[in-house]
Design a protein around this ligand. Structure first.
Ligand SMILES: [Cu+2]
Length: 142
């Protein structure tokens, strides 16, 4: 069994069939023709724009409501010298205190509407509630 396998194997290796040689030549030819620097790396592509994080655009309005201890909308845009109305819908005391002290702030009130006249100078004016620290807003005069 083993002794009979070896002679057959040697016979095959020593004199390969003609089609094996033919196939080998074809493969060699194909390999040669395929060379020549066609292995250019593919373009990895440009990374996409990740965008600029930041605050959303202010809302063009002169009305801000105070509800659930937040100013809504918190960031507004008005014309120079505009009158902004702050309406307290919470039933608890809030203030509208501008960090720029040239703007007359609204003292604590628990209901109704109060108005504030904005400066004519363009800029972003920040305000907050003096009672509730996280209550903050901005008025963009533009
Ligand atoms: Cu408040």
């Amino acid at each position: 069994m083993f002794s009979s396998w070896i002679p057959d194997r040697l016979h095959t290796l020593g004199r390969p069939p003609r089609y094996v040689i033919t196939m080998g030549l074809i493969v060699l030819a194909a390999a040669c023709g395929g060379s020549g620097g066609s292995d250019t790396p593919t373009n990895p592509g440009t990374p996409g724009n990740t965008g600029t994080p930041g605050t959303p655009a202010p809302v063009a309005t002169t009305s801000v409501s105070l509800q659930n201890s937040t100013f809504n909308p918190p960031d507004i845009q008005v014309s120079p010298g505009a009158t902004v109305t702050f309406t307290n819908n919470d039933g608890i005391n809030h203030t509208v205190t501008f960090d720029n002290t040239s703007i007359s702030s609204v003292d604590a009130y628990s209901t109704g509407a109060k108005t504030v006249t904005m400066p004519t100078a363009p800029g972003t004016y920040t305000y907050h509630c003096a009672i509730h620290g996280p209550m903050k807003g901005t008025v963009l005069v533009k």
